[in-house]
Ligand binder design. Structure first.
Ligand code: ADP
Ligand code: ADP
Length: 232
């Protein structure tokens, strides 16, 4: 079953009358429980593709079906609804709310989902335990290390049971030892049945994924199974 189905995706930016084609026909399927790294040189269109995958932007042409929803032509409101239900985001800069505790940060998506406070707390604690932060749930981001902040962000991405986890350079702000710890967590998340797509420009990080897709100049240059992915 496809979580992501892309058919001839094109995206251009228009600067006045000038069209800058950035994605030039991207087609691919990502199935449930895949673990994919998206790579490519700077300017190849990774961020643009991630924005489309994340329903933050729509393609200029082509079809995108996310978990059965054709999102390619959706209006912003509907897109936001699908985004909230189907996607968990992890960013390079963590994007946590500084005044909220780890627990409160993780519970945010559940507020939007209309879940009551008791259940929010239970589910947030469960997710924090899953990422190895069980005891630090009352700490605020500035009392946590970078790696711990990213664990909180991963717990927040997972808490609403999304069909897709999208991570944009999730280890870009972390030292190499912490990066490996975070990649181990993504591995565990994948092992427990989640679909993960992450962007990275680091080969070592991409080697944790089961499938590596390379973009170049707005098209897929290669798409291969990674034989070196760690066993689970
Ligand atoms: P990558 O993430 O692989 O570095 P991007 O998707 O960020 O690639 O960018 C691809 C190309 O699109 C670059 O030439 C970039 O300058 C251009 N671009 C990206 N976003 C915009 C935008 N909002 N408006 C105009 N040009 C953009
Ligand atoms: P990344 O480091 O992920 O490749 P960039 O630094 O290329 O991201 O871009 C950061 C943001 O600026 C993105 O949201 C991208 O869409 C936007 N952007 C990139 N290039 C341009 C551009 N030439 N004009 C307008 N916006 C751009």
């Amino acid at each position: 079953k496809s979580v992501i189905h892309l058919e001839g995706i094109r995206k251009s930016y228009f600067l006045g009358k000038n069209e800058l084609p950035v994605l030039k026909g991207v087609s691919l399927d990502i199935f449930k429980n895949e673990y994919v790294a998206l790579m490519g040189p700077s300017g190849s269109g990774k961020s643009t593709l991630m924005n489309i995958l994340g329903c933050l932007d729509t393609p200029t042409a082509g079809k995108y079906v996310l978990s059965g929803h054709d999102v390619s032509k959706m209006e912003d409101n509907d897109l936001a609804t699908v985004r909230g239900k189907e996607i968990g985001f992890v960013f390079q800069q963590f994007n946590l709310m500084p005044r909220l505790t780890a627990l409160e940060n993780v519970a945010i998506p559940l507020i939007y989902a209309g879940i009551n406070k008791k259940e929010r707390t239970e589910r947030a604690i469960m997710m924090l335990e899953k990422v190895g932060l069980g005891e630090r749930y009352k700490h605020k981001p500035n009392e946590l290390s970078g790696g711990q902040c990213q664990r909180v962000a991963i717990a927040r991405a997972l808490v609403n049971n999304p069909s897709l986890i999208l991570a944009d350079e999730p280890t870009g702000n972390l030292d190499s030892k912490t990066s490996v710890e975070i990649m181990d967590i993504f591995g565990a998340i994948h092992a427990s049945g989640n679909t993960v797509v992450l962007v990275t420009h680091e080969e070592d990080i991409a080697e944790h994924a089961k499938r590596v897709i390379r973009l170049r100049d707005g098209v897929i240059e290669s798409d291969r199974i990674n034989q070196k992915a760690p066993a689970l």
